[in-house]
Design a protein around this ligand. Sequence first.
Ligand SMILES: [Zn+2]
Ligand SMILES: [Zn+2]
Length: 558
Amino acid sequence: MTELSNAEIAAVLDRYGVMLQLAGESPFRARAYARAAESVRDSAEPVAALHRRGRLRTLPGVGGGLAAAIAELVTTGEYELLAELEAIVPSSLIELLSVPGIGLKTAIRLFQELGITNLEALETALADRKIEQTKGLGKRTATTMWLGLESVRRRTGRLRLGTARPIALALLEQVRTVVPEAQVSLAGSVRRWEETVADIDLVVASPPGDRALDGVSLLPTVATILERGPERARFRLQHGVEVDVFWSPPERFGTTLLAATGTPRHLQLLGDHTSGAATEDELYNRLGLPWIPPELRHGTDEVRRAAEITELITVSDINGEFHCHTTWSDGTATVAEMATAAAARGYTFLGISDHSQGLGVANGLSPERLAAERAEIDAVNAQGGIRLLKGAEVEVHSDGRLDYDDDVLSRLDIAIASLHVGLRQPRAQLTGRLLDVFANPNVDIVAHPSGRLIEQRDGGDFDWSRVFAAAAAAGTALEINADPARLDLSARHAARALAAGCLITINCDAHAPNGFAAIDFGVAIARQAWAKPEQILNCWSLDRIDAWLDERGSGRGP
Ligand SMILES: [Zn+2]
Ligand SMILES: [Zn+2]
């Protein structure tokens, strides 16, 4: 039997505590198990080792009874009392507690009064309207449960890249401080700029006997050591994120980094990639290839298209953006402050595109307020420096109507259309709304086309082939929204759009000056779609953009 890790022991103790409560036992006993689980999880030393040394009771909150429980777990891998309890109370009830809006009391009621023991049964009861007809639950509770159930279904348990990447970069810095002589790199899905990641991977190269992994394991941000071998360690950070750290001797750093970055399909495509090399460069060169950037390592056509890699867009090709918000709608900075932040990034232009009136929650602009904002933009432009384009993010209503009439639209330098509502409409209707937008020459860009929020809300069910064909024919640009919660278009959709001949724009949709930092995410998505600067509106010169806008027929307003 492999030894149980602290995380596994803690999980059993936690589970027993919850089961006790579901069985209607005293909350005090349940809490004692939860507290012990926490001590086990926080213990820097493997609890199995503590047990062998007879020191389990040094763990905070672990008395005689709990020490015996842990000892039983460590020696047999099981906990008899939990098995007994699960014979009485169905353990699948725990699933119900993962639904937002279902607490312990409700879960017990669902079980005792309606016999509901799992998510499937809950869904059936909701569909049969049993929940709304149960006294004390009612229609509103039923709606909450529907939404909660839906959000559980959407979860994959993965982290958004926008959450994981800053944590990974901070960790990288800390590792560099404790093992300054080591070479350190991100690896895995964070390094490949995947939109969601399961965990963080790092590679550390240092001479044998250097004990770099020990140094990493002592970092205060490391909450738990989950596994520890001579060349690999797995930690859980305080945030709950798990990290794999791979150790390598310096002369094999490139080989280890390549393997730890993946993907398996990319490695397969490379053929034999296991010979020792100090850098990835060296390894790729041995295979007769240029270095392939991690975001392209998908095991598809990156080897065949390797010669094109140097032509792909990079962050330095971005000359400006078209989509951001100010205090005129739901942004937190003024027009001038956003202009300053964009200029500090070296941008030569910035489109100011506050929300239109229809999006009431975002303090959208009436045509009158829009005119007042245009006057403020003129004033900032008069000071010289970065050129601000007078734009708007115009709501596409559920019935396909645009929130501003053509008269208002034609007075904008640039008009962006967005669907924020009615995203669950059937495919034909939803697609039709976008096709109508493309038919209006006053609209220059469609923002975040699918409307998805990663790990939160699926995008709309569009007929993408028709959407991309129509956008290409109309010359309307489609956005890659760089906000890591959106990344919309996705890399897959962006690749299809480019193949259909669409023009693409990348925008942070910044609502504050620091929002522009997201451009890295948008460019990574564009690179995954093999986009070249020519295909991305943001990389054009201002003159060319002006000519494009004039040609589109949208009047350039007085
Ligand atoms: Zn929007
Ligand atoms: Zn926006």
